[in-house]
Write a protein that binds this ligand. Structure first.
Ligand code: ADP
Ligand code: MG
Length: 560
């Protein structure tokens, strides 16, 4: 049989390990939920593979067990899950395959230690948290469908070893045992009540039974007794009134690895011809790949409680890609494929409900916790606005969620379309907006001087997505939205004195106009006399159907 081999941790793992230990020191208890979460994932994976590989099915009830042993000062977490091969042990517990790791380390360096826990959370370094309480960790694992069992072992000092598991260490079913050799200061983790408390606190919602080995009263030779400690109905299958905010927060953490609390959650159940339930979360901070073209979606799809796949945009629309959560359908087949998802009537119903839930949640947030909403908007507003374009049906609901800077408020403050509508002046025919690169650029532009002179508010649309998002936004509750750079800008309210002055200078102005027209030739399509300016003599405007000026500059710069 092959002997023990020694491996170096990948350089990044080594750094992450030290970072985890340093920055999560005061938060040690989380090691248990991380390991239980891995055990639960491993059981999910086994159940899913067994759907198509009947050989992997067992008659045993699958479970997770916690076994404290005072004599050896070890705490063992067993699972009957998918297990790992020798290569998988080396790969999964020795490298960080995720491409974001380097980025994480750079971010932590830039942000400093204070933010490290949250950053670490986002990148999911769960397993290594075992070293928060253990000086050595052994993982004995047998992959489903394999006969051989392997032992991975490390004291987190730069290396790990892999060797065949000894007959006394291996179990006769596939799965993994994580053996924590507790450091002296953490032997309190061997107490049954302590473990029970931690499971209840962090992992109660895990669906697989978590059983705890009970301390024997007297007779050391009596057979071991186990007691189930988690309640185990998945959170989304319970009624919302039974679930505490802490449980939602834990569930969110299990799903996302985000240490921050979610900004909001929605728990829903739909019954009738199509039945499904789910919980959706809106995070507080953006995932690192929010604007990457292939950014990951964060919705886990279950069928009758069995995890079947991560959504890749079949269920969650792209413009809600910041949402995290689960949906569990009673009607989809367990062996559902992506192709089937794409044209399923059931999925369309689920999708619609999800859009409704998120928009309801955001509307409520905007009404009840405006400061949190402003935070949401700063982080995800640009993504939500894509919805105007992709789902014009929702434009009316989305319009109420939009926020912009404006001429009526200080830099940094945001207004809604409803605010702007409520502030409309007598004679103001539309809500005006200006597209541009920055607040400063718009404020110094002659296009808005006539508007602001009239006391009309101008919304500053300075987000690159605004120029195409706003096109789906023609009006709000019957009031039109109009671009300040548009050629035809009817500002209404002409008083007699200005009319008279205009009449008198008509001839001179016309001479100037036609001279300008001749001089400028084909640099402009037209020269017009207008009442929109007050201080500036001239300004450039966009004819009907033309591009906004900042965009035209951009296109010219990139020579398109
Ligand atoms: P994550 O759970 O976010 O993937 P972890 O650091 O918690 O990250 O775990 C790393 C990987 O190790 C997991 O993705 C999984 O492949 C593997 N792993 C960890 N624990 C187990 C286990 N009990 N059974 C099978 N595989 C496991
Ligand atoms: Mg994990």
């Amino acid at each position: 049989a092959p002997a023990r081999t020694t491996h170096r941790f990948e350089a990044e793992v080594d750094q992450v390990l030290r970072l985890v230990i340093r920055s999560l020191y005061s938060n040690k208890e989380i090691f248990l939920r991380e390991l239980l979460s891995n055990a639960s994932d491993a059981l999910d994976k086994l159940r899913f593979r067994a759907l198509t590989e009947p050989a992997l099915r067992t008659s045993e009830e699958l479970r997770i067990r916690l076994e404290p042993d005072a004599a050896s000062k070890t705490l063992t977490i067993w699972d009957d899950g998918i297990g790992m091969t020798r290569d998988e042990l080396a790969q999964n517990l020795g490298t960080i395959a995720k491409s974001g790791t380097r980025e994480l380390l750079e971010k932590v360096r830039a942000a400093g230690q204070k933010d490290a826990p949250a950053l670490i959370g986002q990148f999911g370094v769960g397993f290594y948290s075992a070293f928060l309480v253990a000086e050595r960790v052994d993982v004995i694992s047998r992959a489903a469908g394999h006969e051989d069992a392997w032992k991975w072992s490390s004291d987190a000092q730069g290396t790990f070893t892999i060797e065949p598991a000894a007959p006394s260490e291996r179990r006769d079913v596939p799965g993994s045992s994580v053996v924590l050799h507790l450091s002296d200061e953490h032997v309190d983790l061997l107490r049954t009540w302590k473990l029970e408390e931690l499971v209840r606190k962090y992992s109660d919602y895990l669906e697989w039974p978590i059983e705890l080995k009970l301390e024997r009263e007297k007779d050391e030779s009596a057979p071991a007794e186990w007691r189930r400690v988690n309640r185990g109905t998945p959170l989304w299958q319970r009624s919302a009134s039974e679930v505490t905010p802490e449980q939602y927060e834990e569930h969110y953490r299990h799903l996302t690895h985000d240490f921050e609390k979610p900004l909001l959650w929605r728990h829903f159940r739909v019954e009738g011809t199509t039945e499904f339930a789910g919980i959706l979360y809106v995070p507080r901070r953006p995932p690192f790949d929010l604007f990457a073209p292939e950014s990951k979606h964060g919705l886990r799809l279950h069928v009758k409680r069995v995890f079947v796949m991560e959504d890749e945009g079949e269920v969650l629309p792209k413009w809600l890609r910041f949402v995290r959560g689960v949906v569990d359908s009673e009607d989809l087949p367990l062996n559902v494929s992506r192709e089937l998802l794409q044209d399923s009537r059931i999925v369309r119903t689920i999708k619609k409900q999800i859009v409704k839930q998120v928009l309801d949640g955001l509307t409520q947030l905007a009404n009840e916790r405006p400061e949190d909403y402003a935070l949401f908007w700063k982080t995800f507003g640009a993504v939500l606005k894509e919805g105007l374009h992709y789902e014009p049906d929702q434009a009316e609901r989305l319009a109420k969620l939009l926020r912009y800077e404006s001429s009526a408020v200080e830099k940094g403050a945001l207004v809604s379309l409803a605010d702007a509508k409520a502030r409309m002046k007598e004679g103001q025919k539309a809500i005006y907006y200006a597209l541009g690169e920055s607040r400063r650029q718009i404020e110094s532009s002659p296009h808005i001087e006539g508007l602001t002179k009239h006391g009309f508010e101008v919304l500053y649309m300075i987000d690159p997505v605004d120029q195409w998002a706003v096109q789906s936004l023609r009006e709000i509750d019957g009031t039109p939205l109009q671009s300040a750079t548009a050629a035809e800008l009817d500002l209404g309210s002409k008083d007699d004195a200005t009319e008279q002055a205009r009449e008198e200078s008509k001839g001179a102005v016309e001479a100037l106009r036609s001279r300008a027209r001749t001089k400028l030739q084909d640099q402009v399509s037209e020269v017009r006399v207008s009442a929109r300016l007050t201080d500036s003599p001239v300004c450039l405007v966009v004819p009907e159907g033309g591009l906004p000026p900042h965009l035209e500059r951009l296109l010219r710069a990139t020579q398109q």
